[in-house]
Write a protein that binds this ligand. Structure first.
Ligand code: NAD
Ligand code: ADE
Length: 382
């Protein structure tokens, strides 16, 4: 007999509210709705038991219900103590998702960890790198963070961004989105990087690129986006201006040395949930958001539905690919083909009123690609 709880959520009475919010999210997630339409009858995931570990948001709720509509049994656990949206969790719990097994992975840091496991011969199953589908990393990481970073900072602090100096550590996909948003609000942005190519990109976009040892003295708002550890540490906090706001939007809470603050600050005052103001021994204050965990999910609602629809349509396609092709994929890390990436993008065009140009037969033979794509080779970098 299984004594596992069918669900564990903060407050099941929030289910009705969650259900209403899920309905609105569905209208913003055309890729997932297309998956339901295309595969709802044939149920390609029938018999599959999928265990997802990802922020339990409204958008994840729409993904879960898409996987179940395609025949899968799904079990979900959240992956961050601050990111669970209790009404979304309650709605999903109420609708009754049963005890299931399986796994799925999607973000940059997760993929790094899978690669490390594979290198150490610890990876036991075929895996799909969903992050590096173009319609994931070049959209969710970039445009998602471009919107949800500011949402998190504003909900937490109500700070005026215009005129401030913002320091962004890392100029990858997430960093680029964060930098664009901060600049759009009128901040003067400084970037730190370890990779000469990304550093050059930032410089040629017009940003000052320097080290954190230099930038820590200038910034009013600090954002880490690196997926690395110890990016902002004690000696940086000690040099910061009074009431510098410091937050992280990279995967783990190891980018900021919050432990140092807890051990060395003269005082810590909790302002409200996920906002702590530390007074250092030098008298200056540091405001830390979400205890150094993901600011966009800890202090706001994460990325909007539309961009998550792109990410999650890739997830559904990867699950179908794995489940319906047993034995096709060796243990290792695989990518979805460019044609499917293009199909994900295509599913989101109509909602935005995009009109796509079609190749003529003559043009397609000139370019040497089919009129139906893929239009770019699998290795093409955007
Ligand atoms: P990426 O690899 O494209 O970018 C990371 C950048 O940080 C790289 O350019 C790298 O050179 C740079 N970097 C690494 N260590 C550094 C250091 N010590 N100092 C300065 N720069 C450094 O990765 P990405 O796709 O931009 O993702 C970044 C992080 O954000 C990952 O942890 C990822 O999992 C996470 N992520 C978060 C969200 C969210 O919603 N909060 C969404 C997508 C990705
Ligand atoms: N990552 C960033 N935003 C998210 C969201 N809204 N749902 C799930 N994962 C996310």
């Amino acid at each position: 007999m299984c004594d596992k709880l069918p669900y564990k959520v903060a407050d099941i009475s929030l289910a009705e509210w969650g259900r209403k919010a899920i309905e609105i999210a569905e209208n913003e997630m055309p890729g997932l709705m297309m998956m339901r339409k295309m595969h709802g009858d044939s149920k390609p995931l029938k018999g599959a038991r999928i265990a997802g570990c990802l922020h339990m948001t409204l958008q994840s709720a729409v993904l879960i219900e898409t996987l179940t509509a395609l025949g899968a049994e799904v079990q979900w656990s959240s992956c961050n103590i601050f990111s669970t949206q209790d009404h979304a969790a309650a709605a999903i719990a109420k609708s009754g998702v049963p005890d299931i097994k399986g796994i799925s992975e999607e973000t940059t840091t997760g993929v790094h960890n899978l690669s490390k496991m594979h290198k150490n011969k610890e990876l036991k199953v075929p895996s799909f790198n969903v992050n590096d589908s173009v319609t994931k990393s070049k959209f969710d990481n970039l445009y998602g963070c471009r919107e949800s970073l500011i949402d998190g900072i504003k909900r937490a602090t109500d700070v005026m961004i215009a005129g401030k100096v913002a320091v962004v550590a890392g100029y990858g996909d997430v960093g680029k989105g964060c930098v664009q948003a901060l600049r759009a609000f009128g901040a003067r942005v400084i970037v730190t990087e370890i990779d000469p190519i990304n550093a050059l990109q930032a410089a040629m976009e017009g940003y000052e690129v320097t080290t954190m040892d230099e930038a820590c003295k200038e910034g009013n708002i600090f954002v880490t986006t690196t997926g690395c550890k110890d990016v902002i540490v004690g000696r940086h906090f000690e040099e910061m201006k009074d009431d510098a706001i410091v937050c992280n939007i990279g995967h783990f809470d190891i980018e900021l040395d919050v432990k140092w603050l807890n051990q060395n600050a003269a005082k810590k005052v909790n302002i409200k949930a996920q906002v702590d103001r530390y007074q250092l021994k030098n008298g200056r204050h540091i405001i830390i958001l979400a205890e150094g965990r993901l600011v966009n999910l800890g202090c706001a609602m994460g990325h909007p539905s539309f961009v998550m629809s792109n990410s999650f349509t890739n997830q559904v396609l990867a699950q179908i690919e794995l489940w319906t092709n047993p034995g096709k994929y060796a243990v290792g890390i695989h990518f979805l083909p460019k044609k499917l990436d293009e199909a994900v993008a295509d599913a989101h065009l109509e909602k935005l009123g995009v009109k796509l140009t079609k190749l003529t037969a003559d043009q397609s033979s000139y370019l040497g690609v089919s009129v139906d794509g893929p239009f770019k080779p699998d290795h093409y970098r955007y």
